[in-house]
Design a protein around this ligand. Structure first.
Ligand SMILES: [Zn+2]
Length: 174
């Protein structure tokens, strides 16, 4: 069985706690968001040193390495969206096909050490940008191509859930 495409819309996680990983968006104030993003990168760094990093638990699940590649790219894509929202009025994000990217970029063949360095760098750049925001900028809007509405703050929380949830997916501390 191949990896199934994830077509679920996860924006509900901004409204109620995630029963799987325990993430609660309400508990993530804008004052702690950047710190939590950096903390998640540290946890991913540990995952990439695991012996089972290249092993898929089942044919339908990504390996920890593949999840880590995805998380690195979440930080890259969300940084782009954050800058877009800060520099434009209510922009629409370009679509990002996560599953297509995993295949085209050959996530399964990437080097865990390189991925660790890239993940930490992309997380830091993304988190540091949040540190520079003035209060009114947190509510600047943006639109995903499927119509989901975001603000700078909800984009930050949404992306944090994504990287924390995938820690849960690979059995790491969240
Ligand atoms: Zn979750």
């Amino acid at each position: 069985m191949a990896i199934e495409h994830d077509t679920k819309d996860w924006t509900w996680v901004l409204e109620r706690p995630c029963e799987e990983c325990g993430f609660n968006a309400d508990s993530v104030g804008t004052d702690v968001l950047a710190e939590k993003l950096r903390d998640s990168a540290t946890r991913w760094s540990a995952v990439l040193s695991r012996e089972d990093v290249r092993i898929r638990p089942s044919e339908s699940q990504w390996s920890p390495l593949e999840y880590a590649c995805h998380v690195r790219d979440v930080f890259l894509v969300c940084y782009g969206r954050l800058v877009l929202m800060l520099e434009n009025d209510n922009p629409t994000f370009e679509n990002w096909d996560q599953d297509e990217t995993a295949i085209e970029a050959r996530y399964c063949d990437q080097d865990p050490t390189d991925v660790r360095d890239e993940l930490c760098a992309s997380a830091r750049r993304y988190a540091d940008r949040f540190d520079t925001l003035e209060a009114p900028q947190w509510s600047r809007p943006g639109l995903r191509s499927n119509g989901s509405e975001f603000t700078v703050a909800s984009l930050g929380r949404y992306s944090l859930h994504d990287v924390v949830h995938h820690l849960w997916d690979v059995g790491a501390p969240v």
